[in-house]
Design a protein around this ligand. Structure first.
Ligand SMILES: [Zn+2]
Length: 267
């Protein structure tokens, strides 16, 4: 996602604003409407830089899993939207306001429906836990946010700054572990075998890490081994085994979806 990052950097460089105060811990004062407004702008900038993978069968498949997870999430009434980005980077991420992304490279490197559901559950978890909203608040402080939405100052420029700041902020280790926990919770509640998420941690453990903050699953922390042990302990506590017939691991369609992605992706 290098091109997108270049945009973000440019946005930051041209901003005349500086953060004057710290707003940590005040995230609840970012309203849902504000979160959606920020997410909407970030989404527009994102898809202007990185093409969407436009296949109705793939999009419907991903979207259906997403809606099943949202129904079991902490914010079932927030409208979530799920997108497939056509990029060679193996990645999944969420931005404030209910926008969730997986990449074609991610799908190509997965083997099961449960793996995809687990990763998407993790991203829905970031939204349910307000991690994006918290990052925005921390970066900018309440006074600047108020300025945007009360019409003070250069609203568009401030909004650009908010989006840029957010996208340059990696989630903390605690937030990642919380999203893992929520991912296991939502996936299993939706009927997916949560061991799929552990499978994916095993896969990324074999890849070299990167510090790119928007490379959610490839960020340098927490270590995949820690995520595997934490999630495994949680799933064992739930009493779910890998071959538990009550939880779906694979379906007939996943490999077909993956084939469509492999055939149609420009990367
Ligand atoms: Zn994450």
């Amino acid at each position: 996602m290098k091109r997108f990052k270049q945009f973000v950097t440019a946005t930051l460089a041209t901003s005349v604003l500086a953060t004057g105060c710290e707003g940590g811990g005040l995230f609840s004062s970012v309203s849902e409407q504000q979160e959606i407004q920020i997410g909407s702008q970030a989404h527009a900038e994102l898809i202007a830089e990185t093409p969407l993978f436009q296949d109705p069968t793939v999009n419907a498949y991903v979207g259906q899993i997403g809606l099943e997870l949202v129904a079991k999430s902490g914010r079932p009434n927030l409208r979530h939207q799920f997108f497939v980005l056509d990029t060679a980077e193996i990645n999944a991420f969420a931005i404030p306001g209910g926008y969730v992304y997986v990449t074609t490279a991610l799908i190509k490197n997965m083997s099961t429906r449960a793996e995809l559901a687990g990763v998407m559950g993790h991203e829905v978890g970031h939204i349910s836990a307000y991690h994006g909203a918290e990052a925005i608040q921390t970066n900018l402080g309440l006074s600047i946010l108020s300025g945007i939405f009360l019409g003070e100052g250069e609203a568009a420029e401030v909004l650009n700054f908010v989006v840029g700041s957010y996208l340059n902020t990696a989630h903390s280790q605690d937030q990642e572990l919380e999203a893992d926990e929520l991912g296991v919770q939502y996936a299993s509640a939706a009927g997916y075998n949560p061991w799929g998420l552990v499978d994916f941690f095993g896969f990324i453990g074999d890849l070299s890490g990167t510090s790119d903050p928007i490379s959610d699953f490839l960020s340098s922390h927490p270590a995949p081994s820690e995520r595997i042990s934490e999630s495994s302990a949680q799933i064992q506590k739930l009493g779910i085994t890998k071959d538990d017939p009550k939880y779906e691991y694979q379906d007939n369609q996943f490999l077909q979806i993956r084939d469509i992605v492999i055939a149609g992706s420009a990367n």
